[in-house]
Design a protein around this ligand. Structure first.
Ligand code: CTP
Ligand code: MN
Ligand code: MN
Length: 520
């Protein structure tokens, strides 16, 4: 018996009884290895040639498949097909190795059965370049139908978190880039398996692609994980969770060493009225608003509007109009079928709500839009100038809701529970959510004259990225300027009127996308 060099012996024996090295007795050179070459896709003549070659090298190669066979050798077959064939031979229970021809030829060359490596195993799916699904997607989100569901949530969640972090860090450019990349993945018809499928897709920059690759290969992105865990991100989330606190203010506070609500209170910083209200109703405002709660608010707003101006109309916009099951606030657009009758409406509605005790906070901005002043030369601004009110409503709970109210309201998934509790106890003025018969809800009210209603409705339905893309499309592709007030055609030098969203899409040369498909 020859001594097998250690290294080789290890190779030969490590993955099951793949073979034994041995002497020169041709017939029983590798008795544990009984081969069968599958003719399918290999072809009869090649199979005959390869079988004879194997036998000459001392391998036992069977003509017929039987229970004796330990290794099935295939060429150009995928594992699934071979398993189907094996089952038809009654061999599905057998412990048979399904191997690619490469294992066979390498073994021939080596003169013994080589160690089975991953690359010798049959691919689960036929890897044929022509069969890899390569996706194709139009460049602008407003050309696409984006529903709430998508096939790549792990990837879109990862990119959205990086977008959120960029926005919280006051880096809007980077935020938009990640939002655009996520939006592209949201419309793909199936789950992405490899980055090769993404070739040629729009809006996928190097950074986004690296994140996608990381997630596909490792199950998660190291950048996303480290962002989630970073003190900066956690503090930004907690502080911007205060109504009235934006990225800039939060960043300034963090640089002063303020990372949570208690540190903010202890700092003695003077807060503005919005921030004081935001802090007071922090837990409620950071608790998502449900569809049921939104419907209750809608009823209330409609009642208030009807009681001050009977024919005025109220439409719920924002995320709820797009079909979202929950939101951070409830958005409404109010108009009146007679142009001009909407003027002065909002203060009356607010007085009505105030007198009934439904308002915890409100700040109204007067309408400052004047078409003659807007002029064609003005750049499209994402801020519109409607009369509007950012408010916090006091929503009374029904018996049932009060009973279902969470005992320990989770403010924010990045806030530690302990911190939350101590926070609560340091604020005796705020009754625990469960004991209260009401909750605070953020509500946005916007008033539009009927002539601008379609533009306002389109502009306030969102999503934010969808809106941004509509304006980008209008500017770059159509030389038009779109706002929540109007659409101006730079070539024709005139405003294009519209009384429905459908007409605006038509003016823009876009297929109509309903609200439920604007979730870019
Ligand atoms: N909007 C706007 N001007 C603002 C604030 C918001 O035009 N100053 C528009 C946004 O573009 C968006 C819509 O109002 O289309 C709703 O904004 P928002 O309530 O922030 O987002 P939602 O999509 O409703 O998401 P959520 O459910 O979190 O409220
Ligand atoms: Mn909203
Ligand atoms: Mn809003």
């Amino acid at each position: 018996m020859m001594l097998v060099p250690l290294k080789r012996r290890k190779l030969v024996l490590s993955k099951g009884n793949t073979g034994v090295d041995g002497g020169d007795i041709v017939a029983a050179k590798f008795p544990q290895v009984v081969l069968f070459l599958l003719e399918r896709k290999m072809g009869a003549s090649r199979r005959t040639f390869l079988s004879q070659l194997g036998r000459r090298k001392g391998f036992q190669v069977e003509e017929q498949f039987s229970k004796k066979v330990t290794h099935v050798i295939c060429e150009n077959n995928c594992a699934e097909d071979v398993r189907t064939w094996l089952a038809s031979q009654g061999g599905e229970q057998a412990e048979v190795h399904l191997l690619d021809i490469s294992w066979y030829t390498e073994s021939m060359r080596a003169g013994h059965p080589v160690h089975m490596l991953d690359r010798h195993e049959l691919q689960e799916l036929q890897v044929d370049k022509s069969e890899v699904v390569v996706f194709s997607v139009p460049a602008y989100a407003c050309q696409r139908r984006t529903t709430l569901e998508n096939h790549n949530t792990t990837l879109t969640d990862a990119l959205s978190l990086l977008a959120e972090n960029a926005e919280l860090s006051d880096e809007d450019g980077r935020g938009v880039a990640f939002r655009r990349a996520a939006a592209v993945l949201k419309v793909l018809p199936s789950a992405v398996k490899s980055t090769s499928q993404l070739t040629g897709l729009p809006c996928l920059g190097g950074h986004s692609l690296r994140v996608i690759k990381d997630v596909l290969e490792n199950g998660s992105s190291s950048e996303v994980e480290s962002t989630k865990g970073s003190e900066q991100y956690k503090a930004l989330k907690v502080l911007t969770g205060i109504f009235g606190v934006g990225a800039k203010t939060a960043d300034r506070w963090i640089r002063e060493g303020i990372h949570d609500l208690r540190q903010l209170r202890d700092s003695g910083h003077a807060l503005n009225r919005a921030q004081r209200a935001g802090l007071e109703h922090y837990d409620d405002i950071n608790q998502p608003v449900s569809k049921t709660e939104a419907a209750a608010i809608e009823e209330l707003v409609k009642k208030a509007v009807a009681s001050v101006l009977p024919r005025a109309q109220v439409v719920m916009t924002g995320g709820f109009r797009r079909g979202k099951p929950s939101g951070h606030d409830v958005d409404f657009l109010i108009t009146h079928p007679e142009e001009g009758r909407e003027v002065g409406l909002l203060p009356k509605v607010l007085s009505w709500l105030q007198s009934k005790g439904f308002l915890l906070y409100q700040k109204t901005t007067r309408n400052s839009y004047l078409e003659s002043k807007e002029g064609p030369g003005r750049p499209p601004s994402s801020m519109d100038r409607f009369e509007r009110c950012l408010s916090i409503f006091k929503l009374l709970r029904t018996e049932k809701q009060a009973a279902e109210a969470p005992q320990d309201v989770m403010v924010n998934d990045v806030q530690a529970e302990g911190e939350q509790k101590s926070d609560e106890s340091s604020r005796p003025e705020q009754t625990a959510a469960a004991d209260r018969r009401w909750r605070a809800v953020r509500v946005d009210l916007v008033v539009s004259p009927i002539s601008q209603f379609a533009f306002a409705l389109l502009g306030w339905t969102g999503s934010k990225l969808f809106e941004r893309e509509l304006r980008r499309w209008a500017g770059y592709e159509k030389s038009m300027c779109l706002s929540s007030h109007a659409l101006y055609d730079n070539n024709q030098r005139r405003y294009l009127r519209a009384s429905s969203e459908e007409e605006i899409f038509a003016h823009l040369g876009l297929e109509y996308i309903p609200p439920s498909e604007r979730n870019a």
